[in-house]
Write a protein that binds this ligand. Structure first.
Ligand code: FES
Length: 107
């Protein structure tokens, strides 16, 4: 499934992220600058913060756990209703074409 990553400055890149992988790893594998993913998906860093494109929020949904919801609050950039930790978004066929926007900073 394809994911479009849109950097804060508007640069947009599309990558194929394998099924079962998460959106954070897809970014790291491809050198996307706007996602750091310091803890490797361990739900302890909040440096994989992203904003799910409005067109996709219904399919992606909100935080997948209370732990994600709480950790999101410590994200460096402004937290919005469509904020997610990208390591907690797992790729499925239904998410093919997903678009995420990256915050200005992860620290
Ligand atoms: Fe650390 Fe997502 S990579 S919380």
């Amino acid at each position: 499934p394809k994911v479009t990553y849109i950097e804060h400055d508007g640069r947009s890149q599309v990558f194929d992220v394998p099924l079962g992988e998460n959106v954070m790893r897809g970014a790291l594998y491809n050198g996307v600058e706007g996602i750091v993913g310091e803890c490797g998906g361990g739900l302890s860093c909040a440096t994989c913060h992203c904003y799910v494109d409005e067109a996709w929020t219904g399919r992606v949904g909100g935080p997948s756990s209370q732990a994600e919801e709480e950790l999101l609050e410590s994200a460096a950039a402004e937290v919005k209703p469509n904020s997610r930790l990208s390591c907690q978004i797992e790729m499925t066929e239904a998410l093919d074409g997903l678009v995420v926007h990256l915050p200005e900073t992860q620290y």
